[in-house]
Design a protein around this ligand. Structure first.
Ligand code: TA6
Length: 297
């Protein structure tokens, strides 16, 4: 395991192991929660607070392999969100979720939570896809709540701009019954209607068809009300001006080989992002941090 230097330094309840596809992952089983995070993409695949059902959704059809995106959990999108604007052959959602990150630190928090930090630096492979030098750092804190922070550092000599997202898949009992509050009056790009710009009405968002929206110029927290599981999930954020809401519904779910045909009703993506009008420009030497904090309330 290429993080072997951790072998004897991990806190209680934390181990490095091989998971699906033989991918190396951090397994966290602390009193407050359990979690699994692959070094591939620094991909948090599972988070389950003690006494609760899993909060992150994972497709039973997900692929687990080098060069393949994991379908579920919290994919990290950078330096573009969605398809590459000029070259559709490039990977959807950028280049860093397909690379193996370096595990830098794993520490126990005072409240029994566990905090891990991973790093990915630009190299020839990333420069062949995106010609800028950067260091990305991902910090995740797992406990009764979940905090994910993505920090991008411009290590090159010229400014660059980028898009980013913590593309979080949340598990729900029945997406047709959920309501999403916090985005009333916010302008969004409706990707299911020719990318038209619309304004969200005063009512909480209901999902009754394929839904693929990028809410702009908002730093609002969002509350997902899931009556069928009898729980509410609070998604707060900082350093993010966009929130994406996505459910593929029936036809899109069928069209994705790594998504079970009947799985669409058990998930909703609420994604903490900076994209489109809200892309980030970073001067040489500067850094930018985007954070999502998720809790059951
Ligand atoms: O964030 C929503 C979205 O951009 C959708 O348009 C859809 O493409 C979704 O992401 C799936 O992304 P993925 O790369 O995980 O298949």
């Amino acid at each position: 395991m290429d993080a072997g230097h951790f072998a004897d330094a991990l806190p209680p309840g934390v181990r490095l192991e091989r998971g699906e596809g033989g991918l190396e992952r951090l397994a966290i089983d602390c009193p407050a929660a359990s979690a699994r995070m692959f070094l591939h993409g620094a991909h948090l695949a599972h988070w389950q607070p003690a006494g609760q059902r899993p909060v992150l959704w994972m497709s039973r059809r997900s692929m687990f392999g080098a060069g393949q995106p994991i379908r579920g959990g919290a994919p990290i999108c950078f330096p573009w969100f969605g398809p590459h604007p000029a070259d559709p052959k490039l990977p959807l959602h950028g280049i860093i979720r397909l690379r193996t990150w370096r595990l830098d630190t794993v520490n126990e928090g005072s409240d029994g939570s566990v905090r891990a930090e991973l790093c990915l630096r630009s190299d020839e492979r990333t420069r062949s896809l995106w010609a800028h030098d950067f260091e990305a750092r991902f910090a995740v804190e797992v406990g009764a709540g979940l905090t994910m922070s993505l920090t991008v550092h411009n290590t090159g000599g010229a400014a660059f701009d980028f898009e980013e997202a913590l593309h979080t898949y949340l598990a729900v009992g029945d997406v047709r019954q959920v309501r999403i509050g916090g985005l009333a009056g916010v302008t969004f790009i409706d990707k299911t209607d020719h990318f038209r710009r619309k304004t969200q009405g005063p009512e909480p968002i209901a999902i009754a068809a394929e839904t693929d929206r990028l809410y702009l110029d908002t730093d609002a927290a969002v509350v997902l009300d899931d009556p069928s599981l009898g729980r509410r999930i609070h998604v707060a954020k900082s350093g993010s001006r966009c929130t994406a809401v996505w459910n593929p519904w029936i036809a899109k779910a069928k069209a994705m080989p790594d998504f079970g045909d009947d799985e669409w009703s058990g998930m909703i993506c609420i994604e903490t992002a900076n994209a489109a009008d809200n892309r980030v420009t970073l001067a040489p030497g500067a850094a930018h941090t985007m954070q999502a904090t998720i809790a059951l309330i």
